[in-house]
Design a protein around this ligand. Structure first.
Ligand SMILES: Cc1ncc(C[n+]2csc(CCOP(=O)(O)OP(=O)(O)O)c2C)c(N)n1
Ligand SMILES: [Mg+2]
Length: 434
């Protein structure tokens, strides 16, 4: 006598598909060699619309770009502002005026091209090299300087080191240094977004580098986004390096795009130095993410021209001549400028004028920020708790005591006036005086 379970098992083993819950439609094969799969490195193509000189590739219809003069010029101007800020802030760090900076040089097309494809209310979770998205959304040079110099006008109240931008107004979540933490956060935010009435047409956008993609959090975030069908765009900037680790040592698969099918999400590899291709790819991914309610993976292939940060010297692990070469090949700024010039949307005079105006604006804003006060000392203890807990009350009282005790010493007397209220705001918390 046979049981029902035995019958089912007999039926499934004789069928030509697995029927098992882990994968109900996998075909059975008896050939051991054919049963192994191996990802073909380089098998995923790279989407591009313009060649290395900014000319549309044969067969690409200009109309299909849906890109008018105004937006194209705005894209290029935003791309140009990035290196202006980079050059001046990088030099300022060397002069000791700023403590830290990270450049975007070489990656302008990936950053601005993607920003241009988003809605201003899409929620952005960035790594640290994508603050160009904020510039695209209207964050001003003064806002940049308030953050970098930690002034009393910084909405983050000077609590983050430079580059760790955040702006609720611009739907840009505050950057945090530990790599990849933004990936599960983005998945969670996208899950919340799809359950929030009125946000049906928004997505979450999560930027990260190919290095961060090796973190465990990348797996956790992408898998949960796929299984819960979260509308999130994972935009990877594959810039060839994770500080000193070259991409060739970062992964053995076909870049990061190959992971899309592994998680069950559509993926595309894009020429990240082609602003028009990045814009088109992100725009399509965004439309699909909303319509299909699922995540999308976009891998932008680009090159980090600058050092990793002001704390790095990349000559220790790559040759200066390689960098010089990459500055010329497929240069994102040259390609975009040439596209505009070919349509008579841009010329030498505009280029000169814009660069000069940007330089003046950055230097002006820097001078203003440098003279501003820092937030007052009491602000250190505010915002996290509705009611300041006893342990922080004790610390605040201790700081008040120290300011009272040492405030007139030479060093403190020099420092305190740099803060709003010059430390006087703390007097009310000094228990000895109260
Ligand atoms: C969890 C964690 N590990 C290590 C670091 C140090 N670190 C900062 S940036 C970085 C490289 C990241 O490279 P990638 O993700 O490719 O971004 P890129 O800097 O190239 O834009 C490393 C290792 C860190 N910030 N957090
Ligand atoms: Mg990288």
């Amino acid at each position: 006598m046979t049981t029902t379970a035995q019958c089912r098992s007999a039926k499934s083993t004789s069928a030509n598909k697995t029927h098992l819950p882990g994968h109900p439609t996998s075909a059975f094969v008896p050939d051991l060699k054919a049963a192994f799969v191996d990802a073909k490195v380089g098998g995923i193509p790279t989407y591009r619309l313009t060649d290395g000189h900014g000319k549309l590739i044969e067969g690409v219809q200009e109309d299909s770009l849906k890109l008018g003069k105004e937006e194209a010029v705005r894209m290029y101007r935003t791309m140009l502002l990035l290196p202006t800020l980079d050059v001046i802030l990088y030099a300022s760090q060397r002069q000791g005026r700023v403590s830290f900076w990270m450049t975007s040089t070489g990656e302008e097309a990936s950053i601005v091209g993607s920003a241009a494809a988003l809605s201003d209310t899409d929620e952005v979770f960035a790594q640290y090299r994508e603050f160009g998205v904020l510039l695209w959304r209207g964050y001003t040079v003064d806002n940049v300087m308030d953050q970098v110099f930690g002034t009393c006008d910084d909405p983050g109240r000077a609590r983050q080191m430079p580059v760790h931008f955040g702006s609720a107004k611009h739907h840009f979540h505050t950057i945090s240094s530990p790599l990849a933490t933004q990936i599960p956060q983005a998945a969670g935010a996208a899950y919340a977004l799809k359950r929030t009435p009125g946000r049906e047409n928004d997505v979450v956008v999560c930027y990260f580098g190919e290095g961060a993609a090796s973190e465990g959090d990348a797996h956790a975030g992408m898998n949960i986004a796929a299984t819960l069908r979260c509308p999130v765009l994972f935009i990877v900037r594959n810039n060839g390096f994770a500080i000193s680790t070259p991409a060739a040592e970062q992964y053995m698969g076909d870049g990061i795009a190959s992971r899309g099918p592994g998680y069950g999400m559509p993926a595309i590899r894009v020429d990240g130095n082609d602003a028009l291709a990045v814009r088109a790819a992100v725009s399509e991914a965004r439309t699909r993410a909303i319509k299909e309610q699922r995540p999308m993976l976009i891998e932008c292939m680009t090159y980090r021209v600058g050092h990793h940060s002001t704390s790095d010297d990349s000559s220790a692990y790559r040759s200066a001549s390689a960098v010089e070469n990459w500055k010329k090949v497929d240069n994102p700024l040259h390609r975009m400028a040439s596209y505009l010039r070919d349509r008579a949307w841009w010329d030498d005079a505009m280029e000169e004028e814009t660069k000069k105006a940007f330089r003046n604006e950055v230097v002006r804003a820097m001078g203003v920020a440098e003279k501003k006060k820092r937030p007052n000392l009491s602000s250190l203890f505010e915002d996290t708790w509705t009611k300041v807990p006893p342990i922080l009350q004790d610390q605040r009282a201790e700081l008040a005591r120290l300011v009272d005790l040492y405030g007139k010493s030479e060093e403190w007397a020099k420092e305190l006036p740099k803060y709003e209220d010059a430390g006087k705001d703390l007097e009310q918390w000094n228990r000895k005086k109260a």
